[in-house]
Design a binder for this molecule. Structure first.
Ligand code: NAD
Ligand code: WQD
Length: 345
């Protein structure tokens, strides 16, 4: 088992990276967090430090600043990188395509340049189920068709970055690259100290439900109840963020020359109504909801086959949607306005 690796986490103050930093520390690794704080805050890093019981290097930097990254690599001499940094709001990407292409693509190109200069060739990339577009069949395997039916610039950036990384490894087979396609990350660390803290109105279901549970919003809009699913609402593969984080540790241990691709999901679909009812169970109160029109671009069902991740990485998701709701509730009820509560305190 690998231990004591220095690993740069771009986007290191964000939702998923903070949970990955905790699991990396638990396995004896040394994360170095790099983030421009465009969608996160320093308090998130302090909370990670509280959980792991030691200070962690944090560098406030836009990853597109290659000179700045070169300095980070010279100072911290990392052996691997996990690249989380980027913009992720699907609707916003339709309204601001150039900003999304610039941030997501150029941050990756800048990172590849800095890594090549420093001789670091181990890279894990935060990809997404969005690359599968409109699926031909479920469950989605890594062999499923990609690219057909991607409906937004955010999704295209993930598709394009995967291709850039494949081309990079093709040109220089000493690169060891892992593409991790996340399904729907949800939940929070069991301590309740870190979790998802969206700015403005949440785009995603779970943080929206959590804000209704605390009374910050009055009801959930259920986007469509006439899909071809058991209860008519959309079905997704919700994966607890701690399981997802452990998937990164497993991927790090199994990096090999070339490119590998893995789905990180549970293999189980949960409907919008099932998730709302699980949250009601977790918080012990009803969650008001209203059926609203379908959201443009949404699909009825999406879930993966996690078989390859189990076979190659020895990784499986172990937590349930109810676990995720409980942890999300602990985070949200303890921090009703997210990290802003700590900043005001
Ligand atoms: P997040 O917004 O919480 O984290 C991303 C972090 O990147 C933020 O802290 C932000 O400040 C930082 N960042 C953005 N642009 C930057 C730049 N130019 N330089 C440095 N830092 C920058 O989002 P997240 O949910 O933690 O997602 C992490 C990664 O996982 C993203 O690449 C996202 O696309 C991908 N992903 C997320 C989901 C999801 O549902 N959350 C699903 C699939 C894939
Ligand atoms: C889940 C279900 C909605 C909000 C998105 C991105 C994807 C990935 C994960 C990054 C759907 C329904 C939602 C609400 C609702 N991100 N819903 N009311 O759309 O599966 O995936 O996040 O890579 O690329 O597209 O996640 O949480 O937005 O929606 O009824 O207020 O909840 O219709 O069925 P989605 P989501």
């Amino acid at each position: 088992m690998l231990t004591g690796m220095r690993i740069v986490l771009t986007g290191g103050a964000g939702y998923i990276a903070t949970h990955v930093a905790v699991e990396l520390c638990a396995m004896g690794h040394d994360p170095i967090l790099v983030d421009d704080l465009s969608n996160s805050c320093r308090t998130a890093v302090s909370r990670v430090e509280t959980i792991v019981g030691r200070p962690l290097p944090f560098i406030e930097l836009d990853v597109r600043d290659t000179e700045g990254l070169n300095a980070v690599f010279a100072r911290h001499t990392p052996e691997a990188v996990i690249h989380f940094a980027g913009l992720k709001a699907v609707g916003e990407s339709v309204a601001q395509p150039v900003r999304y292409y610039d941030t997501n693509i150029n941050s990756t190109l800048s990172l590849l340049s800095a890594m090549a200069s420093a001789g670091v060739r181990k890279l894990i990339f935060s990809s997404s189920a969005t690359v599968y577009g409109d699926p031909e069949a479920l469950p989605l395997t890594e062999e499923s068709r990609v690219g057909v039916g991607i409906t937004n610039p955010y999704g295209w950036t993930k598709f394009m970055i995967e291709q850039i990384l494949r081309d990079t490894a093709q040109a220089d087979p000493t690169w060891e690259i892992s593409l991790l396609r996340y399904f729907n990350p949800v939940g929070a660390h069991e301590s309740g100290l870190i979790g998802e803290d969206p700015t403005g109105i949440p785009n995603n279901l779970m943080p929206f439900v959590a804000q209704v549970a605390t009374g910050r919003r009055d009801h959930v809009n259920v986007f469509g109840d006439d899909y071809d699913t058991a209860d008519g609402t959309g079905v997704r593969d919700y994966i607890h963020v701690t399981d997802l984080a452990c998937g990164h540790v497993a991927a790090l241990e199994h990096l090999r020359p070339g490119v590998s691709t893995h789905n990180l999901g549970t293999g189980h679909g949960t409907s919008v109504l099932e998730l709302i009812h699980a949250f009601e169970q977790a918080c012990g109160a009803p969650i008001p909801y209203q059926v609203a029109p379908r959201r443009p671009g949404d699909l009825a069902s999406l879930y993966c086959s996690p078989t390859r991740a189990r076979a190659d990485l020895g990784w499986v998701a172990t937590k349930t949607v109810l676990d995720a709701c409980r942890d999300s509730w602990r985070w949200q009820s303890g921090n009703p306005h997210g990290y802003a509560d700590a900043q005001l305190a």
